[in-house]
Design a protein around this ligand. Structure first.
Ligand SMILES: [Zn+2]
Length: 103
């Protein structure tokens, strides 16, 4: 966990939920990103641990969105280990995967 974030402050969790909702709303042709909405919903309910579990289980659906992925990393840490200073090679690789070009 990020030592600069107070995960026990409901206002911090709600502010993060608002930020994530804003980041995802125009993605996916305006439909948004469902797992990000789920993460935000748990943060609004102050269920940080559940929000973190969704982030870890569904994080492969966010890595194509660079801004969302960066924000999730800042808040929750790396997807696989939940660490902010992760040295694992798999978390050191580039995190942003652009979508496949459409023909
Ligand atoms: Zn890691």
């Amino acid at each position: 966990m990020n030592p600069e974030i107070n995960y026990f402050d409901p206002n911090v969790l709600k502010a993060e939920a608002d930020l994530l909702l804003k980041l995802q709303e125009r993605k996916n042709g305006g439909l948004g990103v469902s797992c990000v909405k789920t993460i935000a919903a748990y943060l609004q309910l102050e269920r940080f641990d559940t929000a973190r579990q969704v982030r870890q289980l569904e994080g492969d659906k966010t890595r194509q969105y660079e801004d969302i992925e960066n924000e999730l990393r800042r808040f929750f840490g790396c997807r696989i280990h939940g660490k902010h200073d992760c040295q694992d090679w798999i978390c050191q690789t580039k995190t942003y995967y652009p979508p496949m070009p459409k023909r």
